[in-house]
Design a protein around this ligand. Structure first.
Ligand SMILES: C[S@@+](CC[C@H](N)C(=O)[O-])C[C@H]1O[C@@H](n2cnc3c(N)ncnc32)[C@H](O)[C@@H]1O
Length: 403
């Protein structure tokens, strides 16, 4: 019996968020799917499934668009196959039905194969992986393979998922220099920006951005990305799915072009003031700014945040985003609560200067530093939310007048 070509079928994708940002990812995915850049064959549906956003009945090409336009996702997986599986022989039959030759490029001999088993007929992870490798002819590799395959057995359902991204989506590829200090991963930064900005349809467009403690610049670059409405496909990185043999080359080329153009058209052109005390960080930041494709007026200020006040003209909204140092990044003898309390006071000074214009988001690494900040914020209501970074419970507090 002839198969329906893969491009002509509806597909299911699992979109995985930066940890702690599922609701925001759902909002982002909905917005992307409801504003398609071209016509698609099916109308996709969104639902939640154990910490992921599940998109079903989706045109393959629209799946590509979602991948290229997301900013908050960590990965997007394509559900290649799903079948009922209560024994080794069910597994063998199911794997034999999967159209591997159409899915993976001929030259793929190895992939990273993850196995997740939960209350199924077996708990033998190693045995299952070996069988999968024998039946598919794909070897398991723990290296930096572009192809990542997941085998999941939950009860009697067996699923095979392939990563559309390959390398995680926070690896954007826009930084010329990666700072020695571990920065906030890009997808977390994008989520922080989105949450602090609130609903872009309700707020006045952000014209001014102030990024103290800038480091390699992640928060500032992700702000420009979010303002442009583009996504990870705007940058010079590859995606594992680009090598799938059945893929639509025309759609890939169209999306690359459209989304990178979108990044170059932020209206109005924002002004970004960056600040860092470390001269090496400033040099690296400048190189990253020079290589970043979005338009902006940049002002880079080397020096102490507590000694500097930015100068924005006019009464346009200002977005102030802070990722202050913590843990190993703190200078010796610095008392974290004292530093964050000082930060709260300095933000008050900026508030006084720009009454009614300022929207602030400050990342706090724990409860003590968070308390130190919020005990100093102006009387306007502040809101806090939690996210997980490197296994650590982080807080992001937002407040201010722009909405
Ligand atoms: C947590 S890192 C920022 C990481 C940054 N978000 C990134 O993506 O690379 C903190 C940065 O604050 C800078 N810093 C520390 N104390 C400062 C101060 N008093 N004024 C300005 N910058 C400071 C450090 O040099 C460091 O680059």
């Amino acid at each position: 019996m002839a198969h329906t070509p893969l491009l002509a079928k509806p597909h299911t994708f699992y979109v995985r968020p930066a940890p702690g940002w599922l609701d925001l990812l759902e909002g982002e995915a909905t917005q992307i799917l409801e504003s398609p850049l071209q016509k698609y064959k099916f109308v996709p549906k969104i639902s939640y499934l154990q910490g992921v956003v599940k998109v079903h009945r989706c045109d393959w090409r629209q799946g590509l668009e979602l991948l290229f336009r997301t900013t908050i996702a960590h990965d997007m997986e394509w559900l290649v196959s799903e079948f009922s599986c209560g024994s080794w022989s069910d597994l063998e039959k199911g794997l034999a039905r999967t159209r591997w030759a159409e899915i993976l490029p001929e030259n793929v001999k190895t992939a990273h194969i993850a196995v997740n088993l939960h209350q199924g007929f077996t708990s033998g992870t190693a045995k299952l992986r070996t069988l999968f490798c024998n039946l598919t002819g794909i070897g398991h590799s723990t290296g930096e393979d572009e192809q990542r395959i997941k085998c999941e057995l939950r009860g009697n359902r067996f699923r095979i998922l392939i990563s559309m991204a390959g390398r995680p989506l926070y690896q954007r590829g826009y930084k010329t220099v990666l700072s020695a200090i571990a920065p906030l991963p890009e997808h977390h930064a994008a989520a922080c920006v989105r949450w602090v900005m609130g609903d872009p349809h309700k707020s006045a467009p952000v014209k001014n951005i102030y990024i103290p403690f800038a480091g390699s610049g992640t928060l500032g670059f992700e702000t420009l990305l979010v303002l442009s409405g583009a996504g990870v496909g705007a940058f010079d990185r590859s995606f594992a799915c680009e090598s799938f043999p059945f893929n639509s080359r025309a759609t890939l080329a169209f999306l690359r072009k459209r989304i990178s153009q979108q990044l170059k058209h932020i209206k109005p052109t924002p002004t970004v003031v960056w600040n860092d005390i470390n001269s090496q960080a400033i040099q690296d930041l400048q190189k990253n700014i020079d290589g970043f494709p979005a338009p902006a007026h940049h002002q880079v200020e080397s020096g102490d945040f507590f000694q500097f006040l930015p100068n924005f003209s006019g009464s346009d909204p200002i977005l102030l985003l802070l990722n202050p140092p913590y843990g190993d990044r703190l200078a010796k003898k610095t008392v974290p609560t004292r530093l964050f309390s000082q930060i709260g006071k300095q933000i008050n000074i900026i508030f006084e200067k720009y009454k009614g214009q300022l929207r602030v988001g400050c990342i706090c690494p724990d409860e003590m530093t968070w308390r130190a900040v919020i005990s100093n914020v102006p009387s306007e209501k502040s809101e806090t939310r939690h996210f997980t970074h490197g296994g650590k419970d982080m807080r992001l507090v937002r407040w201010g007048s722009v909405e």
